[in-house]
Design a protein. Structure first.
Length: 442
């Protein structure tokens, strides 16, 4: 081939939008055209003479090596995809067509940048996945790990934390945080809280290139440049509801394309979290007493049936205490309903402090409360709790400047002595409460 023609052909190759590579059997780059700089960020001089593997995303090296072996064995290839690391650190998705020249002992490859296409696919997949997660998750605790997995498929992720606004708008809480590198917890909540609050005020994501958010147990703290962090605000219907805190893999950061993708995904995540919160609030309203935050009658009956089944299975005794507050109506009549509500809240707290965390205290309605005591040794355990409850209530509380000492009538039923089903135990305990009340009435 004459020199002018060869020179023109070289110029034509440099005009191509796709990158052209010549790579020898040892994996060393012998030639690239000028398109490589637009796609990978490196000049021709920076890539020629270097091992091809040095530019590949580490996770894709094993399958790239296998693909290279197939090509050098004489199998032409169109459509193989892998990822490369751009000079500025972000991931570039490449689709290859390649074949082996036996004569020159070179792999001839044409690399097409499909990062934009992959981003569009990721957006579509993430949108669908978040929507599916919002519908399939039973509660927020099961939703957050699903969101973590979805985001990890979109961007380089070493850990994720979720911050949400308190319902009372008095600050942020962190209902979820998990590191993929094994360090727990992922973040220093006090440092994260102030940064998240700033992000929510500005409404814009913030990337940190130091380890200031890491928990003290994280080894990255001693190496501030070891990881990058990204805080993305979560907005639903124009209102900030929280933030996502992403920790990048070591040596990686978040590119403009990553942030663009996360901005879109965060809108879907915010909607999913808001829906989960609404579901949780509706469930709580259906199961808990609004005034005292104790389980209501519906949840109490559910827990009673569960406790009975567990006691029968383990052959253990349990007790049911039925509590009615004496002369409660007088408090409402003399001090007002607000004072009555305050008294009921005090009573609820006193009852909860008198039992174990595993036990259930519920409000049936009005001034009637019940307690489920599981795994007791006998009636003496129920009697001990009954006296503890009476003592706590007698200590009383101050409402509207008046000290109120509370008396209660309490009936007790023991499983299986006084019944083997919920109806029998409730009837026995209720009867015991009324008999005690009749003895105290003037």
């Amino acid at each position: 081939m004459d020199q002018p023609l060869q020179h023109r052909l070289s110029n034509y190759v440099d005009l191509l939008l796709d990158a052209v590579f010549l790579v020898d059997a040892a994996g060393i780059i012998n030639y690239v055209n000028r398109a490589c700089e637009r796609i990978f960020g490196y000049t021709q001089q920076e890539m020629i003479g270097q091992p091809m593997l040095d530019f590949i995303w580490p996770e894709d090296i094993p399958r790239t090596l296998e693909e290279s072996r197939q090509i050098m064995a004489g199998v032409p290839r169109v459509g193989f995809e892998n990822r490369y690391v751009h000079k500025n650190g972000h991931i570039v998705h490449i689709m290859w067509s390649a074949r082996w020249s036996e004569t020159d002992e070179l792999r001839i490859g044409v690399a097409r940048d499909v990062t934009g296409q992959k981003m569009a696919e990721s957006l579509q997949a993430a949108t669908y996945a978040v929507s599916e997660a919002a519908h399939s998750a039973q509660d927020l605790d099961s939703l957050f790990p699903l969101i973590h997995a979805i985001i990890a498929r979109c961007v380089p992720l070493a850990g994720l934390a979720v911050a949400t606004c308190n319902p009372n708008h008095d600050g942020l809480v962190f209902p979820y945080q998990r590191s993929d590198e094994g360090s727990e917890p992922l973040i220093d909540e006090s440092a994260a809280r102030s940064l998240c609050e700033s992000v929510l005020r500005e409404g814009q994501p913030v990337q940190l290139t130091r380890g200031s958010l890491a928990a003290q147990s994280d080894p990255a703290v001693s190496d501030p440049e070891a990881c990058a962090w990204l805080i993305v605000p979560l907005a639903a219907q124009g209102e900030m509801i929280g933030a996502l805190i992403l920790k990048a893999r070591r040596g990686a950061g978040y590119s403009d394309k990553d942030r663009e993708l996360l901005h879109f995904v965060s809108a879907q995540v915010a909607t999913a979290i808001e829906r989960g919160q609404l579901k949780a609030n509706l469930l709580r309203a259906a199961q808990y007493d609004e005034l005292t935050s104790l389980p209501n009658r519906r949840l109490f009956l559910d827990r009673l049936h569960t406790a009975l089944a567990r006691s029968a299975r383990r052959n253990r005794r349990m007790a049911l205490l039925f509590i009615d507050i004496d002369d409660f109506k007088r408090v409402n009549d003399t001090l007002g309903h607000a004072a009555g509500d305050s008294l009921l809240q005090f009573i609820a707290g006193s009852l909860e402090r008198s039992v174990r965390k595993a036990d259930t205290v519920a409000r049936l309605g009005g001034d009637e409360f019940v307690i489920i005591l599981e795994a007791i040794h006998g009636p003496q355990d129920a009697e001990a709790i009954t006296e503890k409850v009476r003592s706590a209530l007698r200590e009383g509380t101050v409402i509207n400047g008046q000290t109120l000492s509370i008396q209660a009538s309490i009936g007790t039923a023991i499983y299986p002595d006084d019944g083997r089903d919920a109806e029998s135990l409730l009837k026995h305990a209720d009867g015991g409460m009324y008999r005690e009340k009749s003895r105290t009435l003037p």
